[in-house]
Design a protein around this ligand. Structure first.
Ligand code: AMP
Length: 358
């Protein structure tokens, strides 16, 4: 089906009676701005402390404030939202980091995309399985601290935005760093850590959107993260890097836009298509909507993927008015948030809402 058909069908739809909802954090402004631009009613559920900030934005039609995001699992609360707004919930990193997967899967409000795949994002073992099935070249996994040999990165489970990650070259370094995390109650035991060979290269985050309605994969943007303080360490001369004993961390504080050499794009599309295919096979219904493949390009311009996100990523916030890639596909400024709402609109028009929500 082409755009013309969608446009004709959408003519009669009560888009403004359909509500697009998200949690007030991560990329909510972009998501709801995009929803408003597509003509939807918008709903933000935010924590009380951020109410004043969010009420500045006129494209948010309704704000419901709660003490803590955890309250979203409350069935009565969900029933009230469903009754009043009949919303579609757009999941993002905060939903995943706030709820455990059982809680997330129990949500009754229709979730945009495939909620079952979010478990595969947050569980490192499942994540690796899906990456392997997608034939994404990825850094060697180190199964035990005894096997650490050379530079490795040690990660926590879940979407923690790089917080708590550390580098090690041997078992002793691993144990020392793990102890610090245990003492600060960030993890319970070494078992909570995941060791991966360090992939040397420049970080690149590929932002895709797959439409099960048109069966097309779109590349909508590319970014890299701005991480403190690994991105700060190069600002001091090497003699102070060594003498000050700084342990670099990987906490994300923002994102920086990137455009790739055009000759790298064919492989970018191939990787995205393989990921869509593998998701369909391992986690039906697959990967409708936004996702991101995250990795580095090495000195031979080969891509090594260390992660994926099976939902919208915060790096898409760069492109509220479209990106150098979305501009090639759409005549209107197309943020990822807006693309999501466009898909909802198209699905409503084609009576295929079941294809894009779970
Ligand atoms: P992640 O939470 O896995 O996206 O990782 C957060 C950050 O850690 C990334 O943006 C990279 O800077 C870094 N990182 C993660 N895994 C690796 C790896 N295997 N090799 C090099 N850097 C990595």
């Amino acid at each position: 089906m082409n755009d013309q058909n969608f446009a004709e069908r959408n003519f009669d739809l009560d888009i403004d009676k359909q509500t697009v909802m998200t949690l007030g954090s991560h990329c909510s402004l972009q998501v709801l701005k995009g929803a408003k631009d597509e003509g939807f009613n918008t709903l933000l559920v935010c924590e009380e402390k951020r109410f004043d900030m969010y009420k500045r934005f006129k494209f948010i039609d309704n704000i419901v404030s709660i003490k803590n995001f955890k309250e979203i699992v409350n069935k009565n609360f969900q029933d009230e939202l469903i009754e009043k707004f009949s919303p579609i919930l757009i999941p993002h990193g905060t939903l995943i980091s706030t709820l455990n997967m059982d809680e997330l899967e129990s949500i009754k409000i229709p979730i945009f995309g495939n909620k079952w795949i979010l478990r595969w994002e947050s569980d490192r073992m499942l994540k690796q399985q899906l990456m392997d099935e997608s034939k994404l070249p990825s850094p060697t996994q180190i199964s035990s601290k005894n096997a650490i040999d050379g530079l490795c990165i040690v990660k926590l489970h879940g979407a923690a935005g790089g917080k708590g990650y550390f580098l090690v070259t041997d078992k002793k370094g691993f144990e020392e760093q793990a102890q610090k995390l245990i003492k600060s109650h960030i993890i319970e035991s070494e078992e909570n850590l995941f060791i991966q060979k360090y992939a040397n290269g420049v970080p690149v985050y590929l932002q895709y959107f797959y439409s099960p309605i048109t069966n097309e994969l779109e590349l909508l943007g590319i970014d890299r993260r701005y991480e403190t303080d690994i991105d700060a360490i190069g600002r001091i001369p090497s003699k102070y890097q060594i003498s000050s004993n700084i342990e670099p961390s990987y906490t994300v504080v923002g994102n920086i836009p990137i455009v790739l050499r055009e000759s790298l794009l064919p492989e970018v599309y191939t990787m995205g298509e393989r990921f869509v295919e593998a998701s369909r096979k391992l986690v039906p219904p697959g990967m409708p909507g936004p996702f991101c493949i995250e990795g580095v390009y090495d000195k031979n311009a080969n891509f090594v993927a260390f992660e994926f996100s099976a939902r919208i990523v915060a790096g898409t916030n760069l492109y509220v008015s479209g990106s150098p890639y979305s501009d090639l596909l759409f005549d209107t400024p197309m943020s990822m948030g807006r693309r999501i709402s466009l898909e909802i609109k198209r699905a409503m028009g084609a009576s295929k809402i079941g294809l894009i929500t779970t």
